[in-house]
Write a protein that binds this ligand. Structure first.
Ligand code: NAP
Length: 242
């Protein structure tokens, strides 16, 4: 098991779903963990796990900078950033409104830019940092009804490569994980018929769990992955194979 004692881990969108599983897993490994959320959080639960929380919209550059400044003021550093916050607003291209296009790009792609820019400034001066971006196989293979989401997630993969090249010499590793179908509130919205058709396409014949993704995040955030940067690891039960 990777040891994250003395490490400060910041996870966006950690109030539920995959982000919550990642936060719990890092907390179990001894890290100081901070999660962000946009709307609401079960404060009692997170306080009981000793996980701090900030309300901050990742799409809002000013709020992101203020939050990062406050965290660095209190804790002096951020060792690991997990850009996990994300939304879907699905619809066929011909019916997709520009509002739904922009909402998804703003949260999923601009949010990653805002957070990474604000956090890696401090990592550069410390000459240490790990950034893990949660993208999606939808950004690798495309998904009908998700032109906004696929574009945002493909954008995250390109962003990961460019930022990794810029920051590698400062000992900052930036990688991405592309999950397949993970059981969370995001996927609960799909009809049983759609869920069954996804299941049929998964060679492992099961949906993923938050901990399936948390395990990969922790590997990429550990020093065992010190020579890996700019990569996207697909964790999808075998749907995409290249
Ligand atoms: P989820 O259950 O819907 O949770 C999304 C989280 O993101 C929540 O904590 C939410 O906060 C937060 N969030 C949303 N918009 C935000 C914003 N503008 N600023 C800050 N936080 C915001 O989603 P999930 O299924 O766990 O997905 C997590 C990540 O994995 C996303 O990036 C998603 O695209 C990716 N992913 C998921 C799957 C899957 O099958 N579930 C597959 C591939 C990739 P509130 O609770 O306050 O709204």
């Amino acid at each position: 098991m990777h040891d994250f004692k003395e490490k400060l881990v910041l996870i966006t969108g950690g109030s539920r779903g995959i982000g919550k599983a990642i936060a719990e897993s890092f907390a179990e490994s001894g890290a100081t963990v901070i999660v962000t959320y946009k709307n609401a959080i079960d404060e009692e639960y997170f306080n009981s796990k000793n996980i701090k929380h900030y309300k901050c919209d990742v799409a809002d550059e000013k709020s992101v900078q203020e939050m990062v400044d406050a965290i660095v003021k209190e804790h002096t550093k951020i060792d690991v950033l997990v850009n996990n916050a994300g939304i879907t607003k699905d619809g066929l291209l011909m019916r997709m409104s520009v509002e739904d296009w922009e909402a998804v790009i703003d949260t999923n792609l601009k949010g990653v830019f805002n957070m990474t820019k604000a956090v890696t400034r401090g990592m550069m001066s410390k000459r240490y940092g790990k950034v893990v971006n949660i993208t999606s196989i939808s950004g690798v293979m495309g998904n009908p009804g998700q032109t906004n989401y696929s574009a945002s997630k493909a954008g995250v993969i390109g962003f990961t490569k460019a930022a990794a090249r810029e920051l590698a010499a400062r000992n900052i590793n930036i990688n991405a994980i592309a999950p397949g179908f993970i059981e969370t509130e995001m996927t609960d919205k799909l009809t049983d018929e759609v869920k069954q058709s996804y299941l049929n396409s998964i060679p492992m014949k099961r949906f993923g769990s938050g901990s399936d993704i948390a395990n990969v995040v922790k590997f990429l955030a550990s020093d065992d992955a010190g020579y890996i940067t700019g990569q996207t690891i697909i964790a999808d039960g075998g749907i995409v194979m290249s």
